[in-house]
Design a protein around this ligand. Structure first.
Ligand code: AMP
Ligand code: MG
Length: 348
């Protein structure tokens, strides 16, 4: 299949958007930018179309898709019940990087929800995403547009690395703004519960709906506790090289990473380091990449997946990463980084 690239970095291009909408309406696949990461879209109400997403990504069929809408009113068709908290959260955070789990209506095929009787819904803020959802009929199922297990794409080039020749179209909207997937909050039972941390923090949610819990599995090192979001059960974002997080006081972290890099060099093994603008000059014997600045945590979030992909193109055999427990985004950043590292952490 030839994958058409539509360039919309400087705004929506009407003719291209019409073609994209037609592809979705006849059951095809279009990758598109959102404010979080690039999504791989299909008509969410067409089970054959959403089935193609699983195939293109190599995604396990029990890992449900998020349904993207462009207007609050659209929610009535896909949710069987709309709890009061959903309206409050939508007023506060939609359009934006928040996904809500609700009881699904019969309009949503089980192929889209991985067999569950609940549906994940998000109303993104990216203008290209919203125009595409409208052009495609109003309901677009879209997981991240990467091959399953690879880092989520934050540029159209990343999407092409994984999806060229596999899907009908990629809309190139340039680099995304946030770089981490949406916060997922479950509103189907009692207290709202965070199933995946993201840009919208627990404190922000609690400011709107009162007490919010976090899925116990996210806080525990015990691999026998199953996360409630099926997708959080799979190993994710793994770079090809071994990835190890080094955490602790910053000076000692730098020192330990330098010792490890020197030992690797003596054995003829090449090392990568994920540092920051502030620390990048402090390392030797390694290929050092700066993820962003500790003065600007959003820069760290935005570059995380791109850096993991860049290391996949290099020859390093082990990567050491600093730890980024920043105020608002730290939980979301470390959730992704720890998964990418397969829980390998050295504390100094
Ligand atoms: P992605 O679209 O790649 O960001 O992944 C979507 C995430 O949402 C995965 O972790 C899914 O398991 C999760 N998800 C989607 N629908 C549901 C649902 N109905 N209940 C719980 N988790 C869901
Ligand atoms: Mg994903």
């Amino acid at each position: 299949m030839e994958t058409v690239i539509e360039r919309m970095r400087d705004g929506i291009e009407e003719a291209g958007m019409r073609r994209a909408g037609e592809i979705l309406r006849r059951g095809g696949l279009v990758a598109f930018p959102t404010e979080t990461v690039y999504g791989l879209g299909a008509d969410a109400l067409d089970e054959k179309a959403s089935g193609k997403i699983y195939q293109a990504k190599g995604r396990p069929s029990d890992n449900p898709l998020i349904v993207h809408i462009a207007d609050w009113e659209a929610i009535g068709k896909i949710a069987a019940e709309i709890p009061p908290g959903a309206k409050l959260l939508a007023d506060a955070f939609w359009p934006g990087p928040l996904t809500m789990i609700l009881k699904k209506s019969d309009a949503v095929p089980l192929a889209t929800t991985g067999g569950l009787d609940t549906v994940a819904v998000r109303l993104p803020s990216h203008p290209v995403a919203r125009a595409l959802i409208r052009a495609g009929g109003g309901y677009v199922a879209a997981p991240s547009a990467n091959t399953s297990g690879r880092p989520s794409p934050t540029t159209a080039e990343h999407v092409a690395q994984d999806m060229d020749g596999v899907i009908d179209m990629i809309i190139d909207g340039g680099s995304v703004e946030i770089g981490l997937e949406s916060t997922i909050v479950d509103l189907t039972e009692g207290t709202p519960t965070i199933l995946r941390p993201g840009y919208i923090s627990r404190e922000m949610l609690e400011g709107v709906v009162g007490r919010v819990e976090v899925d116990h599995a996210l806080l525990s090192e015990d691999v026998n506790i199953r996360p409630k979001a099926p997708g959080m059960r799979y190993r994710h974002y793994a770079p090809r090289a071994q990835l190890v997080i080094v955490e602790g006081e910053q000076q000692r972290v730098r020192q330990r990473i330098n010792e490890l890099a020197a030992a690797n060099a003596a054995e003829g093994r090449s090392t990568g380091v994920i540092g920051t603008q502030e620390s990048r000059g402090c390392y030797a014997n390694a290929l050092v990449k700066s993820i962003g600045s500790r003065q600007d945590e959003s820069s760290i979030a935005r570059h995380l997946y791109g850096i993991l992909r860049e290391f996949d193109d290099s020859e390093v055999s082990v990567i050491y990463s600093e730890s980024f427990d920043t105020p608002q985004l730290g939980q979301a950043i470390m959730n992704r980084l720890i998964k990418a590292a397969g829980h390998q952490i050295i504390s100094v």
